[in-house]
Design a protein around this ligand. Structure first.
Ligand SMILES: Cc1cc2nc3c(=O)[nH]c(=O)nc-3n(C[C@H](O)[C@H](O)[C@H](O)COP(=O)(O)OP(=O)(O)OC[C@H]3O[C@@H](n4cnc5c(N)ncnc54)[C@H](O)[C@@H]3O)c2cc1C
Length: 407
C-alpha cells in the first residue's frame, strides 16, 4: 500500500494526463494536475469540434499496425491493456453513448467532446484530483523541485513522483507548445525533434490554379505513395497544396521522402471506380467538335478540380494524347515539396524516444519522472488512433508510477 501522503504531480491536463490522474486517484493517492492553460483539455475539445473520433472499431491486429512497426512495438502492451472495447466501456461509464460510423470510426453519440470532458472532470474531482490551471511548468530548480509560473508569481513544488503528459507541438494556442523538448533534452533525455504528422503539404501550384480551385474538395479519389497500395478517400486542394484525411494517411512516407530527397510524390487516381482500360477506351473515342472539357465530362463525368489538376500538371501535348491522359487520370503524380508547419498539423511525430523510458514509462535520466501521450515518439493516422494511444499510455504510465512508488 502506497501512503496517500505521497505527493504526485501530473503536468498536462489533456486526455493522457487526465487518464493518469484517474488511475492514481483510484489507487488512493492525492493527485495534483497542473496545466498552463486557463482550462483543461483544450485540444481534446477542439478534436470534438469537427466530430470527435475517439477510437476505431477494427480488429486489434490491424489497429496496432496503424502505429507502424516501431510504434506498435512500443505501444502494444499499453493498448492491449486498454483496448478500444475497454475504452468504449469506459466512455459509457461516464454516461456517454458511442456509435460506430460507416468507416468503422467510433464517435460519442452527439459527436462532441465537451459532455464527455465535463462528466470526466466531475468524476475526477469527486475522486479527490485537484486541478491547478494557469500553472506553466518551467522545469526544475537547483533543489529538484518543479518550477511553475502562476498568476501569483513563480512557485516551486516538491513531489515524490511526476508524470509529464505535455502533448505534442501543434496548435500551440491550445497549450501544447513543445517547449518541454528543451527542458528534457537539457536533462539528458533523448528526444526526437517534433515534426508535423497528419498534416497538409505544399505543392507549389500556379497562381491560376490557386485562384480557380483553392478550397475545392477532391471527392472519390484514391492515393498511394512509393508504389504502395491505393487507398480510397477524399482530400482538398488548398492555396498552398493539398490536405485532408487521405493526405494525412500518407503524411509519414511523404515527410520522410522529403527529408531524404527534398521532394516526394503523391500519386492520385482521379477515377478509382473505373479500370484503366475503360478510361483509355473512353478518352480514345472520337471527340468530334467537342472541347476536351465537355468531352471528358460527358464520357467520364470528369471535370472541375479534377480536370484542373490534369491541366495544371500535364503538358498540352499529354492532355491531347489518349494514352498519356488515361495514365494520368489513373495515376497522376502530384509533386509534394514540403509539409505544412507543425503548428497546423493534427498531431506531432517525434518526441521522447521509447529508449529513454524504462518498463515503468519512467525516464532513465530522471528517476521518478514518467511520460505519456502525444509527447512520446509515435505517430498514427487520424481515425481515433491518436486518442486511443493517449488514453492507453496515460494509464500505463500511471501504473508504472504506482509500481515505482510501491517499491
Ligand atoms: C484539430 C484537431 C482534431 C483532432 N481530432 C482528433 C480525433 O478526432 N481523434 C483523435 O484520436 N485525435 C484527434 N486529435 C489529436 C488529439 O486531440 C491529441 O492527440 C491528444 O489531445 C493528445 O493528448 P495529450 O494528452 O497527449 O496532449 P494534449 O491534449 O495536447 O494535452 C497536453 C496538455 O499539456 C499542457 N501543457 C503543455 N506544456 C505545458 C507546460 N509547460 N506547463 C503546463 N502545462 C503544459 C497543455 O496546455 C495541454 O493541456 C485532433 C487534434 C487536432 C489538433
Amino acid at each position: 500500500m502506497i501512503p496517500p501522503s505521497r505527493r504526485i504531480a501530473i503536468i498536462g491536463a489533456g486526455p493522457a494526463g487526465l487518464m493518469a490522474a484517474e488511475v492514481l486517484a483510484a489507487a488512493g493517492l492525492h493527485v495534483d494536475v497542473y496545466d498552463a492553460m486557463p482550462s483543461p483539455g483544450r485540444k481534446f475539445l477542439l478534436a470534438g469540434v469537427g466530430g470527435m473520433n475517439i477510437t476505431h472499431s477494427e480488429p486489434l491486429e490491424p489497429l496496432l499496425d496503424r502505429y507502424g512497426a516501431d510504434g506498435r512495438a512500443a505501444l502494444e502492451a499499453a493498448i492491449r491493456a486498454f483496448d478500444p472495447d475497454t475504452l468504449r466501456a469506459w466512455i459509457h461509464g461516464l454516461g456517454i453513448e458511442t456509435f460506430v460510423g460507416s468507416s468503422g470510426k467510433v464517435f460519442p453519440r452527439d459527436m462532441k467532446a465537451a459532455p464527455l470532458l465535463r462528466a470526466w472532470l466531475a468524476r475526477l474531482k469527486a475522486a479527490g484530483v485537484t486541478l491547478h490551471v494557469r500553472h506553466r511548468w518551467l522545469g526544475w530548480d537547483a533543489a529538484g523541485a518543479l518550477r511553475f509560473a502562476t498568476p501569483d508569481g513563480e512557485i516551486a513544488i516538491t513531489t515524490d513522483a511526476t508524470l509529464l503528459a505535455l502533448g505534442g507541438g501543434s496548435w500551440k494556442k491550445l497549450g501544447s507548445d513543445g517547449a518541454w523538448q528543451g527542458l528534457l533534452a537539457a536533462r539528458g533525455v533523448d528526444v526526437a525533434p517534433l515534426a508535423p504528422a497528419n498534416c497538409g503539404f505544399d505543392c507549389g501550384w500556379s497562381e491560376f490554379f490557386i485562384d480557380k480551385f483553392a478550397g475545392s474538395p477532391l471527392k472519390n479519389v484514391a492515393a498511394s505513395v512509393n508504389d504502395g497500395p491505393m487507398r480510397n478517400g477524399e482530400c482538398v486542394v488548398s492555396a498552398s497544396g493539398i490536405e485532408g484525411n487521405l493526405v494525412y494517411a500518407f503524411a509519414r512516407p511523404l515527410r520522410e521522402g522529403i527529408a531524404r530527397e527534398g521532394k516526394a510524390t503523391l500519386t492520385l487516381d482521379l477515377l478509382p471506380a473505373y479500370p484503366y482500360e475503360k478510361v483509355l477506351r473512353e478518352v480514345g473515342a472520337p471527340r468530334g467538335a467537342k472541347s476536351l472539357s465537355s468531352f471528358l465530362q460527358s464520357k467520364l463525368n470528369l471535370g472541375g478540380v479534377k480536370l484542373g489538376l490534369l491541366r495544371e500538371l500535364l503538358s498540352k501535348e499529354a492532355m491531347n494524347d489518349p494514352t498519356q491522359l488515361a495514365k494520368a487520370i489513373k495515376a497522376l503524380p502530384i509533386p509534394v515539396l514540403a509539409p505544412r508547419p507543425l503548428d497546423e498539423a493534427i498531431s506531432s511525430a517525434g518526441g521522447v524516444r521509447f529508449a529513454a523510458l524504462d518498463d515503468n514509462w519512467m525516464l532513465g535520466a530522471l528517476p521518478g519522472v514518467f511520460c505519456a501521450g502525444e509527447m512520446l515518439d509515435w505517430e498514427a493516422p487520424t481515425g481515433g488512433y491518436l486518442l486511443t494511444a493517449c488514453f492507453a499510455t496515460g494509464r500505463a504510465a500511471a501504473q508504472g508510477l504506482l509500481r515505482y512508488l510501491g517499491n
